[in-house]
Ligand binder design. Structure first.
Ligand SMILES: [Ca+2]
Ligand SMILES: [Ca+2]
Ligand SMILES: [Ca+2]
Length: 345
């Protein structure tokens, strides 16, 4: 200071009214800003903490995600955020900033109205600061439980958005009525997602609007079974798809038959599977694809009957007559035929 002229040829004026110590190396941009500020100095902007919730209101026991965003100050903020309810109840403590955000998932708030505050620790370039209180209401009536069950001999996980289900270990969540929830299934390595039954159908992400207690069943099969087909006895060399073997075992399984009554007289030539237990396991692994009418249920007298008819060579209305289930998402003959054909290319 005061040596070589800088700042447009002027010597340093000699006044210091604020001194900032940084506990980190400044970025090139920060050094440049300080240098070019010359004797105008740097006025550090106040640190501001903004707090939002992903849902408002929520049901008792429902996961709500609070997100704090730290702005202002000098450079990128580091440090941690504490989330506190009603001035006394810690929700999440010492959450490190990622970028300039910290998130807190909480499901412990009781019924009632709550005041949530996010308190930021501050760092060398940012003063400690707290958000304005965020009001959050936990409703008392319409907590409808959405549950996920998993089946099949493969493995995988189901997650929800909004969060609350990581199944995994957390396979249920109470949601306020009319909450739109997306469930996403991800198969483990070595497994394949067979599809949904129950509140969901098909194999894509499942969108439900919670209007009652609901269950979504996710089935995972060993990847070796993919692509999933209705060649139940696995006699791949001709004809692999046959009414009086594969079709019959499908409808028997959907009627709940097990053991020898599942397979008696219904195994084709050169089969890969003959044991009733192995046949039943295969049918359970592919169960969601048997939901031909796409109503979330795999039923004998609708889905099973249509598969059997189609394998017998029936077409058009003769396939679907009297066999479309309630809530079907596929109901005309063309859709049904196209779908069944996709299981037996
Ligand atoms: Ca949960
Ligand atoms: Ca077969
Ligand atoms: Ca069905």
């Amino acid at each position: 200071m005061g040596g070589e002229p800088a700042c447009g040829g002027q010597f340093f004026g000699g006044l210091i009214d604020e001194l900032t110590l940084f506990d980190r190396a400044l970025s090139a941009q920060e050094v440049s800003v300080l240098y070019n500020a010359c004797d105008a100095g740097i006025c550090q902007p106040a640190t501001v903490v903004a707090l939002t919730a992903n849902l408002e209101p929520t049901a008792p026991g429902q996961t709500v995600v609070f997100t704090a965003v730290v702005t202002g100050g000098f450079g990128s903020p580091t440090g941690t955020v504490d989330f506190v309810a009603d001035g006394a109840t810690p929700l999440c403590t010492g959450v490190p900033l990622a970028g300039n955000q910290a998130a807190c998932s909480a499901d412990i708030l009781p019924t009632g109205s709550h005041s949530i505050v996010a308190a930021y620790s501050g760092d060398g370039g940012h003063s400690a600061a707290a958000s304005p209180p965020l009001s959050h209401t936990v409703g008392d009536s319409s907590n409808l439980l959405l549950t996920v069950t998993k089946g099949g001999t493969g493995g995988g996980a189901v997650a929800s958005n909004p969060p609350g289900i990581e199944c995994g270990g957390d396979c249920s969540e109470p949601y306020a009525a009319a909450t739109a929830v997306t469930l996403t299934a991800t198969a483990d390595t070595g497994s394949v997602f067979s599809g949904w039954l129950g509140a969901c159908t098909g194999r894509g992400p499942c969108n439900v609007v919670v209007g009652a207690a609901m269950n979504a069943a996710a089935t995972f099969a060993p990847a070796a079974l993919a692509p999933l087909r209705i060649d139940i006895d696995g006699n791949g060399n001709g004809p692999p798809y046959d009414a009086l073997t594969d079709g019959l075992m499908v409808i028997r399984h959907l009627f709940g038959l097990t053991g020898p009554s599942l397979t008696a007289g219904a195994i084709g030539d050169n089969p890969a599977r003959t044991d009733p237990a192995a046949i039943a396991t295969y049918l359970n692994d592919i169960l969601p694809i048997l939901d031909v009418d796409g109503n979330g249920q795999a039923d004998a007298l609708t889905d099973g009957l249509m598969i059997l008819r189609y394998l017998f060579g029936l077409q058009g209305n003769a396939v679907i007559a009297g066999a479309i289930g309630d809530g079907a998402t596929r109901s005309d003959a063309g859709q049904i035929e196209t779908y069944i054909q996709s299981l037996m290319p």
